[in-house]
Design a protein around this ligand. Structure first.
Ligand SMILES: NC(=O)c1ccc[n+]([C@@H]2O[C@H](COP(=O)([O-])OP(=O)(O)OC[C@H]3O[C@@H](n4cnc5c(N)ncnc54)[C@H](O)[C@@H]3O)[C@@H](O)[C@H]2O)c1
Length: 355
């Protein structure tokens, strides 16, 4: 039977990939609930916005009254909770919004979902899911080169961002233990791909290089991340919300450990091939690389053991890092309209009728 998903943060990077996947590749419906912070961009959803199975609700996850109205009006079969403040650097400069949205917002959404769930029929109660989307950053970082994060690795968050996500994970698990709300938690590694906000490493490097601007790399560039193509993450999330077991945690990763400097060099190499016509005076894109003071508390290495989701749900990523990064660079080259409207700040304004 077709399902109706309440996706929070559906105008963000991963949320919009989830919404596009559900609308384009299944017969299910989506209510996209998003406050539209700077990170929310309805222009990432142009391909689905006129579909009758898609509806948008501009709502803050901290607004209990509005959430109650949305649950009553749309009667979702499941929640996929992605709304969050997500940028580590911003969490260091201003943690308050992270505490508010990631902790208080998750609590408020859990309470609205619980009140709605309590009134469902027994059958609907059983099949309802509250799927909380979290990060591998809750685990802190890894010392040994062979260590991996598993679903039982103890939490040890380093930044205000990861601490706020860790708090929200604990709340979600407590709402299952205490109230029986059928929850699932997923922790995923670094995502990359189309429609990524240009403050994040990969799009920032692509766009800076195209304009002949410096490519700032933190510290020595040896921080290792496990990279997952965003559309692989969206497919994993759909599989988990429809087939995952209540109370379980699933780690999602791409088996693609790369040092940041390696990622930047790969982007430079692809641009040499795809855009050989460089900005004036530039011999090689790599010449733009500059090392800058490291971020405080910067984790050295993250790496995910995604064995469980593979064995139990049969998911594996479709993209390798090589195929995914090529698709990503090509996407930015072919979608200048999307990112130039983000860079000049004009995105969303026309749609929302604001200046
Ligand atoms: N990007 C990654 O690499 C990554 C990796 C693992 C997990 N995650 C998690 O996945 C989720 C989505 O990440 P993303 O990269 O797409 O983030 P994003 O910053 O691109 O998008 C977040 C979305 O949430 C919305 N939002 C923010 N505050 C809100 C509020 N108070 N009420 C309603 N909506 C609000 C924003 O408008 C935006 O559309 C987050 O929970 C993040 O912690 C991200």
């Amino acid at each position: 039977m077709n399902k109706k998903f309440l996706v929070t943060g559906g105008a963000g990077f991963i949320g919009s990939a989830v919404v596009r996947h559900i609308i384009n590749d299944t017969q299910d419906s989506v209510i996209n609930l998003d406050k539209l912070t700077y990170a929310g961009n309805l222009e990432s959803l142009e391909s689905v916005e006129n579909n009758p199975r898609y509806v948008f609700e501009k709502v803050d996850v901290c607004d209990a009254k509005a959430l109650t109205r949305v649950f009553e009006q749309h009667q979702p079969d499941a929640v996929m909770h992605l709304a969050a403040e997500s940028h580590v650097d911003r969490s260091i400069d201003g943690p308050a919004a992270f505490i508010e949205t990631n902790i208080v917002g998750t609590y408020t959404l859990l309470e609205a979902a619980r009140a709605y769930w309590n009134d469902l029929s027994d059958e609907k109660k059983l099949s309802f899911r509250f799927h909380h989307i979290s990060t591998d950053e809750v685990y802190g970082d890894l010392e040994g080169t062979d260590d991996l994060f598993t679903e039982t690795t103890p939490y040890s968050p380093s930044s205000p961002y990861s601490a706020s996500k860790a708090s929200s994970d604990h709340l979600v698990r407590a709402w299952l233990r205490t109230y029986g709300l059928p929850t699932i938690v997923t922790n995923c590694s670094n995502n990359y791909g189309p429609f990524h906000f240009p403050e994040k490493l990969i799009p920032l490097m692509i766009l800076n290089a195209l304009e002949g601007k410096k490519l700032p790399v933190y510290g020595n560039g040896m921080q290792i991340r496990d990279w997952l193509f965003v559309e692989d993450h969206a497919r994993a999330l759909y599989k988990i919300v429809t087939e995952g077991v209540v109370g379980e945690t699933y780690n999602i990763g791409g088996h693609n450990e790369k040092a940041n400097i390696e990622v930047v060099r790969t982007i430079c190499g692809l641009l040499e091939e795809l855009v050989p016509n460089k900005p004036a005076g530039l011999a090689k894109y790599e010449d733009l690389i500059t090392y800058v003071t490291d971020r405080p508390g910067h984790d050295v290495r993250y790496a995910i053991d995604a064995t469980k989701i593979g064995i139990e749900l049969g998911w594996k990523p479709q993209e390798t890092f090589e195929s995914g990064i090529r698709k990503t660079v090509e996407w930015y080259l072919n979608n200048k309209k999307w990112w130039s409207r983000v860079l000049d700040g004009s995105y969303n304004r026309e749609r929302l009728g604001t200046q």
